[in-house]
Design a protein around this ligand. Structure first.
Ligand code: NAD
Ligand code: 0WE
Length: 255
């Protein structure tokens, strides 16, 4: 018996097989969960459908989280063809490239709105849509980063969006708690995914973590998948509203 045998998981945020959401999905499957996945839109369809098949996902639905109609449609299909769920994974973020360099003070209003919409509000919208089909003792998981807590050069607008995401996790924990549903954030160390590929000096960030973190290494999508499986399972049934660091201990280090 796997840790997640008999549970159904709905996963948002697979772009390719380097995605954190892919690492999570793979572990969930190994632990016996049934999977449904959602991708951002047509552009990703040809890339995500084969991955969904490889993972043995029962369902693969498009959903651009900036669009209320997309969310309603996706959850309509999920309710009908997949049924009630036990686990919801949100692994989605975006900020315009120009907002991830230079001075935070130069952030444009439109960039702020878009990034907060995709990276933070979407968690609220997905929780609201999932609430009617979420089983008791369900678990919601989302992805954050250290830049929510401390200034990380160039993370800028995304840091503010992640702070909103982590804070939303606490407020949502109180709302969903009434339904015996839990929600937690995983604050992961840096990983070379598609979302990290455009970032200048990412290699230096990885080298810095290897040098300074207590465990002197970086984390992998498999490491994040392991912690996500714990948070999705009944082993963590009294943990909610929490931000759990999966970062080789980097966040605890001062001078
Ligand atoms: P990724 O590019 O593989 O995943 C980001 C996902 O967001 C993609 O699947 C993309 O399609 C989706 N997305 C963007 N806009 C969307 C929209 N409008 N509607 C629906 N989906 C949309 O990169 P990743 O590193 O796996 O990122 C996943 C999550 O992990 C993000 O929240 C990211 O901030 C977080 N995170 C990443 C790192 C890292 O170093 N890679 C570290 C900590 C946290
Ligand atoms: O959350 C993230 C990255 C999220 C992200 C990445 C991009 C790149 C391409 C959001 N939007 C975009 N928009 C794009 O156009 N991480 C935790 C990875 C990350 O990104 C950084 C980091 C780290 C770590 C950006 C600057 C500094 C450090």
């Amino acid at each position: 018996m796997g840790l997640l045998t008999g549970k159904k998981a709905l996963i948002f945020g697979i772009a390719n097989n380097k995605s954190i959401a892919y690492g999570i999905a793979k572990k969930f499957k190994e632990e016996g969960a049934e999977l449904a996945v959602s991708y951002a839109g047509e552009k990703l369809e040809s890339r995500v459908v084969p991955i969904a098949e490889e993972l043995g996902a029962k369902l693969c639905v498009p959903c651009d989280v900036t669009c209320d109609e997309d969310i309603a449609k996706a959850f309509g299909i999920i309710a009908k063809d997949f049924g009630n769920i036990d686990i919801l994974v949100h692994s989605i973020a975006f900020a315009p490239g120009e907002a991830l360099k230079g001075r935070y003070i130069d952030t444009a209003r439109d960039a702020f709105k878009l990034s907060m919409d995709i990276s933070a509000y979407s968690l609220v919208a997905l929780c609201k849509a999932a609430e009617p089909i979420m089983n008791e003792w369900g678990s919601v998981i989302n992805m954050s980063y250290y830049g929510a807590e401390k200034v990380v050069t160039n993370y800028n607008l995304m840091g503010v969006a992640k702070a909103a995401l982590e804070c939303s996790t606490r407020y949502l924990a109180c709302d969903l708690g009434e339904k015996k549903v839990r929600i937690n954030s995983i604050s992961a160390g840096p990983i070379k995914t598609l979302a990290a590929s455009g970032i200048g000096g990412f290699k230096n960030i990885l080298a810095h973590i290897e040098e300074r973190s207590p465990l002197h290494q970086n984390v992998t999508i498999e490491d994040v998948g392991d912690t996500a499986a714990f948070l999705a399972s009944d082993l963590s049934k009294t943990i909610t509203g929490e931000t759990l660091h999966v970062d080789c201990g980097y966040n605890v280090v001062g001078i």
